[in-house]
Design a protein around this ligand. Structure first.
Ligand SMILES: Nc1ncnc2c1ncn2[C@@H]1O[C@H](COP(=O)(O)OP(=O)(O)OP(=O)(O)O)[C@@H](O)[C@H]1O
Length: 624
């Protein structure tokens, strides 16, 4: 019953150090973070303590009373030592056991093999050792068995688990042949071992090639020495030849300069230090004009000619709105440039003008619409004006070149911020910031949709949500999907695309809502949807989240960085619900963008009024 469950949880609290100490003994057991009870609150069904900083050894009998537990997650902690053999014996109903990313050592505890209801078992990224026990065969309902990155040795036993879908033993000291029942698993599941046989190379090949290689090594050793000597002599000769060539060139250069001075010729040039990432003509300078010409023409002195041709052909930049024409095409082409990235529609350059203004120039490729239509459509885009959109300042159109000029948004994209630098020194994105970004992006998209029922963005994803210094969201790249051919659409938009979309140039407003829903899931889970095919369940982000939520493991989906904040779970769950609604399979079941915006607004209001979203620091943990 709940009284004995509570006493077990309290002993867990005193045995394992970490954030679980924050369980407040004056509040009911079922309200403690990570504890999920049965609907009548009579027993604890799930215990989720991922990334709680738990450490130390687990004492025997620690889970003795939690007999109704079906989900136990202790992943991403620093728990260590040998797990007591009978630790899991009382947990007869356990279906999911997640112990990955700890420091456990020794053999797999025997009691695991008595858990006849177990469906998912993850022991990966620990220091478990010894052979992989054949008693895994007792777990007849097992669907997932992850043992990668441990110290398991010897052969894989003959496993006969009919329901096994996910299996991984990579990065262990295993050898011998892979049992035939596991030959249908992907190669990656066995890499970093000395195993052989399907899906890896056949064991015969392995033996032969090992033998051959050993022989070759023996035979080659004499020839190798001779080779090294000859190589050294040739190398020396080449160096001498090179030095001789350099001397000759220097002398001839001096002569040329002298003759130019004599004739009164002086070349004028602005020296700009070479910038990292500039796609320039052979890396000689960092001008945008040169970068663009280098791509179009291929190099040499033609670059200059090309840049001049763009300026000199009578056409010029077309400006939008109140943007005073403080620069012209010539200034733009003379700006020092840095490649920001290659996107669906072309390459984006950061261009720093001599006047101090920084802009972004997008060089479109594969523009499929005729000039008249292009100009009409881009004029429509230029007229849009909202604080949550990246303003299009100007464009340039010629037969060869189509350039779009935007404001430079200094903090880069949400994608880079969420998935870029995961190392030390990174500032975690807190709940308020994430909710604020969601709200800003929703406003921007809702404004686009308000222009008319046929107006949509068509390419909503985290690399198109740019952030200002104060983390305000600016939606970019709107209106471009209709201008370029479908062939140039890379796969990375796939994770955001609504299931009904077949032509990327025809994305409805409801399909935008779907993509926005995926973006919300990305903000909440910290997972990139484009990588989701590689996630544990092998499905896309919306389906993964839906399956987790359906089985009521909601806390498992959130980004670990978000679990550091108190009093916001309710709001996080509400935003998750909204994301799930947006990613409904059928378009008419999805809310409109206007409704989405008011729901995000509502929860931001409640979240920001409640100023309890503070980071729990270690000092508080110690004193709680
Ligand atoms: N106005 C801008 N200010 C700052 N960075 C920008 C700006 N526009 C684009 N970027 C950044 O430049 C990079 C390339 O952008 P681009 O829009 O060309 O491609 P993408 O967003 O990766 O893909 P797609 O073309 O499908 O939108 C991205 O990292 C993007 O965040």
């Amino acid at each position: 019953d709940i009284v004995s469950d509570r006493s077990t949880l309290l002993s867990i609290r005193s045995a394992l150090r970490g954030r679980s100490l924050l369980w407040n003994i004056t509040s009911p057991t079922c309200s403690w973070p990570g504890v999920i009870c049965s609907p009548d609150k009579s027993s604890v069904l799930e215990l989720h303590l991922p990334g709680m900083g738990l450490s130390g050894q687990i004492p025997p009998g620690l889970f003795s009373n939690l007999t109704k537990l079906n989900f136990l997650s202790l992943r991403y902690n620093a728990l260590s030592g040998v797990i007591p053999a009978d630790l899991f014996s009382p947990l007869k109903d356990l279906k999911n056991l997640y112990l990955q990313h700890n420091l456990f050592s020794g053999p797999v505890p025997d009691s695991i093999f008595s858990l006849s209801n177990l469906v998912r078992l993850n022991l990966a990224h620990n220091n478990f050792s010894g052979p992989i026990p054949s008693s895994f065969n007792n777990l007849t309902g097992l669907g997932t068995l992850y043992l990668q990155d441990n110290g398991f040795s010897g052969q894989i036993p003959d496993l006969n688990l009919p329901g096994l879908v996910q299996f991984n033993v990579s990065d262990n000291q295993l050898s011998g042949s892979i049992p035939s029942k596991l030959s249908g698993q992907p190669k990656d599941s066995f890499l970093g071992t000395s195993l052989c046989g399907k899906p890896l190379d056949s064991c015969d090949n392995n033996n032969n090639s090992n033998g051959n290689e050993r022989e070759k090594k023996k035979k080659l050793s004499g020839g190798a020495i001779a080779g090294i000597v000859i190589g050294c002599v040739i190398g020396l000769l080449l160096i001498l030849l090179f030095l001789f060539f350099c001397c000759c060139r220097k002398r001839s250069n001096k002569e040329t300069t002298r003759s130019a001075d004599v004739a009164g010729v002086k070349e004028v040039g602005v020296e700009i230090p070479e910038e990292k990432g500039v796609e320039s003509n052979g890396g000689k300078d960092g001008f945008l004009g040169s970068a663009i010409a280098a791509i179009g023409v291929g190099g040499g002195n033609k670059d200059k000619g090309k840049a001049e041709a763009i300026v000199g052909n009578g056409k010029s930049l077309v400006f939008f709105g109140k943007m005073n024409k403080s620069f012209d095409l010539d200034d733009l082409l003379k700006a020092s440039a840095e490649v920001l990235g290659k996107g669906t529609f072309g390459t984006a350059y950061k261009a720093a003008l001599e006047s101090g203004i920084t802009l972004v120039v997008k060089r479109l490729r594969d523009v499929t619409v005729p000039e008249k239509e292009f100009r009409e459509k881009i004029e429509e885009v230029g007229k849009l004006n909202h604080e949550n959109l990246v303003p299009l300042r100007a464009y340039y159109y010629s037969g060869d070149e189509k350039l779009l000029v935007y404001d430079y948004i200094s903090m880069g994209s949400l994608s880079a911020l969420l998935h870029g630098n995961k190392g030390a020194g990174r500032t975690p994105l807190n709940w308020e910031t994430r909710a604020g970004i969601a709200l800003g992006a929703a406003h921007g998209i809702a404004y686009l949709h308000a222009q008319g029922p046929s107006v949509s963005h068509g390419n909503i994803k985290s690399s198109n949500i740019l952030l200002t210094k104060s983390y305000e969201a600016r939606v970019s790249d709107f209106g471009l999907a209709q201008l370029v051919g479908p062939s140039s659409t890379p796969n990375r938009v796939a994770g955001y695309r609504a299931p009904e979309v077949t032509d990327p140039r025809k994305v409805s407003q409801k399909a935008d809502v779907y993509s926005f829903g995926v973006l919300l899931l990305e903000l909440l889970t910290g997972k990139a949807p484009t990588h989701s095919l590689m996630n544990e369940e092998g499905v896309d982000l919306p389906r993964w989240v839906q399956s987790v939520v359906r089985e009521e493991w909601t806390a498992e989906v959130f980004d670990l960085e978000l679990l550091r904040y108190q009093n916001v779970e309710e709001d996080m769950v509400q935003l998750l619900q909204l994301a799930v609604d947006c990613t409904a399979q059928y378009p008419d079941r999805r809310p409109s963008m206007a409704e989405v915006t008011s729901r995000v607004e509502e929860l931001c209001r409640s979240s920001f009024m409640d100023s309890g979203a503070d980071i729990i620091d270690n000092a508080e943990v110690q004193t709680a």
